[in-house]
Design a protein around this ligand. Structure first.
Ligand code: HEM
Length: 528
């Protein structure tokens, strides 16, 4: 029996009235027998909206933790910063990825996102060092080149007077970037539609469909074998897996022939990818595990960044004053050259725009966990096996934590203050999660999106197309638009201000050159 029930028994034996016993137990014993508020039957509203919207309404009614029951299944919905902190940071060993790991098993296997326990610990320790400062700095030419290819596409559309669907373009931009960054593969999806690009999208859509499916249709015995959709998914998965196995084999061969001296900030200049680092580090791991990890990073680093860019441009189209301020900063810091890692310290407002976009549209909008043992959440005891959704959407839009919570207001974080993160915002803001399972690509993704936004807004004007369908949300793993983000893109009228002579001599279209000699110091100070 818990301390609470012992206390209750003891007090009852003294002959005290029930109400008084309850009161004393609640005050002294942390109300261990309290029941989590139940929002049973209130979820009928879920139909056309993404599921996190009715969860927001329920949060306003039932508070920071409540139970939602669907027939035999129930979930705990957490929207309270201190409970989120408890699960993610203070007691993370008591929680696994639960349903998420089950859903993603077909594509990520035991990759870093779904993995738990010892496998996760070993893989996290092997992979995190690969994203060292020199690696992140080397990514800037990749970010710049890929965004430049997108600019060329937009330039052509501007000449033709054609509207463009930005969401799919952002998805291709970030696919091209993450493929090179993780395993040195050029999807070149901004230019061509190859079989492999289509296969990646088939697999991604399937992962998203499964994460919102009411029943696991992919497990139904006969359906599994005859469904044309599942057949297509399996064929696509096979192609992606073979491509990854191939890349691993090629990279292994190169590493074997390389005269390498491995050290903390090891990087092959010709192939700075995470895969090359892992193989060079002598990472002792099966090819299947390595492939699972690469696939995980491909997925984790692709649609998330694409969604951030999509919603950032949507938000900017709604707030011209933010756009004006953003451009002023970009013009004065960059003129028209490619951004470098040392610019990141100066592109403060641009960074705030991304911070704020991630507050309003967190990717993913909920984090999933399952309790591995009994625990206490807030004042409520919970049992092993509870499925838990931490609603980042609710945390980020809570009227209790934010002034004008729904307003896109990058000014809410002063430019001379620290970059907002889960620690300095007390878990009211967790765009990259928190605790030991926090995103490993947070800096990569922040810089990637800052570079893309800066390069795009300095060259083009973006407006929602007159014929654009209303921009509504739908969800898979990240928040998508229901019908795309159709924009009219025009070349910017005003010539950009060139900040100083030295940089004005640089060729607009040349790729970025980070000065090798000073690179490390500059990166360290930019990142610190
Ligand atoms: C984990 C968000 C980009 C790799 C996470 C988590 C969040 C997140 C919220 C925590 C998940 C949880 O606790 O359940 C984002 C956002 C991104 C982004 C918003 C873009 C703006 C990236 C990139 C990479 C990446 C570029 C690849 C290098 C990962 C991995 C994990 C993770 C491997 C799992 C870490 C672990 O469990 O140990 N991400 N991410 N993410 N992210 Fe990201």
């Amino acid at each position: 029996p818990s301390f609470q029930s012992k206390l209750k028994n003891g007090l009852s034996k003294l002959g005290l009235p029930k109400e008084i016993v309850e009161f004393i137990v609640n005050v002294i014993g942390g109300s261990g027998d309290l029941k989590i508020p139940e929002a049973r039957g209130s979820i009928a509203a879920i139909r056309d909206e993404p599921f996190f919207i009715p969860l927001y309404e329920l949060y306003l009614t039932y508070g920071g933790i409540f139970r939602l029951t669907f027939g035999p299944k129930s979930f705990l919905i957490v929207s309270d910063p201190s409970i989120a902190k408890h699960i993610l940071k203070d007691n993370p060993k008591s929680y696994s990825k639960g349903i998420l790991a089950e859903i993603l098993d077909f594509v990520m296997g035991k990759g870093l996102i779904p993995a738990d326990g010892e496998i996760w610990r070993v893989r996290r320790r092997a992979i995190v060092p690969a994203l060292h400062q020199k690696f992140v700095a080397a990514m800037f030419s990749l970010f710049g080149d890929a965004t430049d290819r997108l600019c060329k596409k937009l330039d052509a559309a501007a000449s033709d007077g054609e509207d463009v669907e930005m969401e799919s373009l952002f998805s291709r931009l970030t696919l091209d970037i993450i493929g090179k960054a993780v395993f040195n593969y050029d999807f070149d999806s901004l230019s061509v539609d190859t079989g492999i690009v289509e296969a990646v999208y088939t697999v991604l859509r399937e992962a998203e469909d499964r994460s919102v499916a009411p029943i696991p249709f992919w497990e139904i015995p006969i359906w599994k074998d005859i469904s044309p959709k599942l057949k297509k998914v399996n064929t696509a998965l096979k192609l992606v897996n073979e491509t990854l196995d191939n890349l691993i084999a090629i990279c292994k061969k190169i590493v074997d022939e390389e005269e390498l001296q491995f050290h903390e900030e090891y990087m092959n200049e010709r192939d700075p990818s995470i895969l090359h680092f892992l193989l060079a580090s002598g990472d002792d791991v099966s090819s299947k595990q390595l492939r699972d990890d690469l696939m995980t990073m491909l997925i984790a680093g692709h649609e998330t960044s694409a969604a951030v860019l999509t919603w950032t441009f949507y938000l900017l189209s709604q707030e011209p004053s933010v756009m004006a301020k953003l451009r002023n900063e970009v013009d004065s810091v960059l003129g028209d050259r490619f951004p470098t890692v040392e610019d990141m310290k100066k592109l403060k407002y641009t960074t705030r725009v991304i911070n704020e976009s991630l507050r309003l549209y967190p990717q993913p909008p909920v984090l999933i966990r399952r309790s591995l043992g009994d625990d206490i959440l807030g004042k409520y005891p919970i049992k092993k096996g509870e499925d838990i959704f931490i609603s980042v959407w609710n945390l980020h839009r809570s009227p209790h934590h934010w002034e004008e919570a729904d307003k896109f207001n990058p000014e809410r974080w002063p430019l001379d203050g620290p970059n907002p993160n889960e620690t300095n915002q007390n878990f009211s803001y967790l765009p990259f999660g928190g605790g030991p399972r926090k995103c490993i690509g947070d800096m990569f993704a922040t810089f990637e999106t800052v570079v893309a936004v800066a390069m795009l807004v300095r060259r083009f004007d973006f407006q929602l197309a007159i014929s654009a369908p209303p921009v509504k949300m739908t969800t898979g793993a990240t928040i998508h638009t229901t019908e795309g983000l159709k924009m009219t893109v025009t070349r910017r009228q005003r010539a950009p201000v060139i900040p100083n002579l030295e940089v004005s001599n640089m060729n607009v279209d040349s790729s970025l050159n980070i000065q090798e000699a000073d690179q490390k110091d500059e990166v360290s100070s930019a990142i610190s």
